[in-house]
Structure formats: structure tokens, C-alpha cells
Design a protein around this ligand. Structure first.
Ligand code: 5GP
Ligand code: MN
Length: 319
């Protein structure tokens, strides 16, 4: 499939469309899913469209049609076309996989280097900043309204770290510029969804930073949030955004590792690197995936086991 294809190429004879993004939805996932959902509703009002996502972070609740997102995948339904966005493999779409498997046609729109292409048609651009940037080129620019532009801009700023990560390109900036011209509230999108933290979110970040540990002569840093802290602060994993990024910008650090406990001996791992370490390779080794500078996986054992196992893989890439 060439990059010149458009979303309309996939809509012939299609009346009922299902969509899903990845579990634990982040800004790019929510932005790309709601962006395409809103675009299709605006321009193809006769089609029936369902969007499946796990519960989204509160900060995205004000986006157009956020209230129409379906969290429950227990109902049976058949789709003429099922579209995945920002999901690097089928396990990542959670319970919606049953709709994908039963659909007549499937389409995957993504930008993860680890994505092997699991749909009938796969539009995967590993060099793209975000699923939202890739999606932009599948849409007719004239038919993008301010709501769709808001969603796409939001996804781009989240996955590019407000245009600073190495995934940011000339195309990222020109795409963002075109979206700004649609009249979006770009300052508010950045402040309200990227930088603003609630009081407890600041508290847990402060605690994670205070207890962080440097190793490999300051080239690596890790921190962990355990289950009892979730209870103490009355928070969920959605309140931990930004912690790994703050660890990453510790002076001298190449790799930041952030863990949070998901079960007795189970941790969700976020990995970030600055210049040279390919963290996608490490996450993939442990069954996860992601990008060269930002990746993740789930690991089992004690914190000590997890850090030891990651350290062995890190040593292969560090001087
Ligand atoms: P985060 O650390 O923000 O959760 O994720 C960073 C990047 O790694 C994201 O692009 C995300 O999609 C990917 N990622 C995180 N966890 C996993 C995982 O368990 N499996 C896969 N395949 N990718 C992951
Ligand atoms: Mn993404």
C-alpha cells in the first residue's frame, strides 16, 4: 500500500465501522482514535461507527465525542471494516480483538517500529512522530474541522514531547502548522493535557523522583511506584504520566526506567533513552515494544529481578 492511499479508499461498500486504539490509552491513541471517529462522523454521517477504548485519562474528557467511546467489549457485533490506531500488535487492543478478528476487512494505522503488520492493509510509518501525523495524510485536508484538528494536534504534541523528541521532523512541524491554521486552541491543548498536573500527581512524581536510584555510573536511573502507594494517594496508573520523562532529563542520564506494580510480582515498565540506547530492542526482548527512544513492557519478579534483567540488556548497549 502506498502512502498516497486515503481513508476513503477503504470505505466502498462499508456501512458499519469499528475502531480501537491500544490499552492504557495515551494522548496519541486518544487523539488518533477520536480524530478519525470525528472525521468519519462529520463527513460520512450515514455510516455507523463504534470506537472501543479503555477508560481514557480525565484530561481528555472534553474532546468532542469522548463521551461516545465504548469501554465495554462484552457485546457481540460484526463490522464491515475494523480500524486499529497507534497499536503495535493485536494484544495491545485488548478486548476489541474479537471484533477485529470477525471483521470483513481490517486496516492498521500506526507508527511503531516494532509493528509487524497484522491487518489486511497496514499503513505503518516508523519515521512518523505519531499515529496522528500518519493519519493526517490519510484525510482530505479540506474536510478536517477544528475538532479533528484539535485531536490530531494533541496526539502529535504528546508523542513528540511538544516537538522535542527525535521523532519530530520537518513534516511534523508543517503538519502541526496546518492544524493550527484550523483555529485550534493550541496553547490550552498543550497546557491542559500535557503540562497540567493535579496535586496528587505532583506528589507521586515528587516521591518517585526522591526515591530514584542512579546506576551504571549515572548513565541509568530507575524508580518504582508500588501498589501500597496507589492506595495511599488514591491514584491509578493514569496519574503517573510524565514521571519517566522527568527521570530521563536527569543530567548525565542516558536511560530512564520507570516501573509501577500491577500485581504481586508483576510490573509495567517504561523505558526512555536520550541519544544512543535502543530501548525498543530491550522492551521487545521482554515481550513488549515501542520506539527507539520510548518503549515499554510488562515483567515478572521482584523489583530487584526486573532491574537486574533489564541491566543485563542495557550493558550490551552501554560503554
Ligand atoms: P509508555 O512507556 O509511555 O507506556 O510507552 C512508550 C511506548 O512504548 C509507547 O509507544 C507504547 O505504545 C509502547 N509500549 C509500552 N508498553 C508496551 C507493551 O507492553 N507492549 C508493546 N508492544 N508496546 C508498549
Ligand atoms: Mn503513538
Amino acid at each position: 500500500m502506498t502512502k498516497m492511499s486515503k481513508i476513503t479508499d477503504f470505505l466502498d461498500g462499508v456501512n458499519v465501522i469499528g475502531m480501537a486504539g491500544h490499552i492504557r490509552p495515551d494522548g496519541d491513541c486518544v487523539g488518533s482514535c477520536l480524530g478519525l471517529y470525528t472525521y468519519l462522523k462529520n463527513n460520512f454521517p450515514d455510516k455507523e461507527i463504534d470506537l472501543y477504548l479503555e477508560e481514557i485519562p480525565d484530561k481528555f474528557d472534553n474532546l468532542k465525542y469522548a463521551s461516545e467511546i465504548i469501554n465495554d467489549t462484552s457485546a457481540d457485533k460484526h463490522y464491515d471494516l475494523f480500524i486499529t490506531l497507534d497499536a503495535s500488535d493485536l494484544e495491545r487492543i485488548g478486548g476489541a480483538v474479537k471484533y477485529f478478528n470477525n471483521a470483513d476487512k481490517t486496516l492498521c494505522i500506526d507508527h511503531h517500529v516494532s509493528n509487524k503488520g497484522f491487518a489486511d492493509t497496514n499503513i505503518i510509518e516508523p519515521e512518523s512522530s505519531s499515529a496522528c501525523e500518519t493519519l493526517f495524510f490519510l484525510l482530505d485536508e479540506d474536510k478536517i474541522n477544528v475538532d479533528v484538528a484539535t485531536d490530531l494536534y494533541l496526539g502529535i504534541i504528546h508523542d513528540s514531547g511538544v516537538f522535542k523528541y527525535s521523532c519530530t521532523s520537518l513534516r511534523t512541524m508543517t503538519t502541526a502548522g496546518k492544524l493550527m491554521e484550523k483555529g485550534i486552541p493550541f496553547t490550552d491543548i498543550i497546557d491542559d493535557t500535557f503540562y497540567t498536573k493535579t496535586y496528587v500527581q505532583n506528589q507521586i512524581m515528587g516521591r518517585a523522583l526522591m526515591e530514584s536510584v542512579l546506576f551504571y555510573e549515572g548513565q541509568c536511573i530507575f524508580s518504582v511506584v508500588k501498589s501500597d502507594e496507589f492506595e495511599f494517594y488514591n491514584i491509578t496508573s493514569k496519574d503517573l504520566d510524565g514521571i519517566v520523562e522527568q527521570l530521563r532529563i536527569t543530567k548525565g542520564v542516558e536511560v530512564a526506567i520507570f516501573l509501577y506494580q500491577t500485581n504481586e510480582l508483576e510490573y509495567k515498565i517504561s523505558l526512555r533513552s536520550k541519544n544512543k540506547v535502543d530501548v525498543s530492542a530491550i522492551a521487545s526482548y521482554f515481550g513488549g515494544g515501542g520506539h527507539v527512544r520510548a518503549a515499554g513492557c510488562t515483567m515478572h519478579g521482584t523489583v530487584y529481578d526486573v532491574i537486574n534483567n533489564i541491566s543485563e540488556r542495557l550493558a550490551l548497549q552501554l560503554d
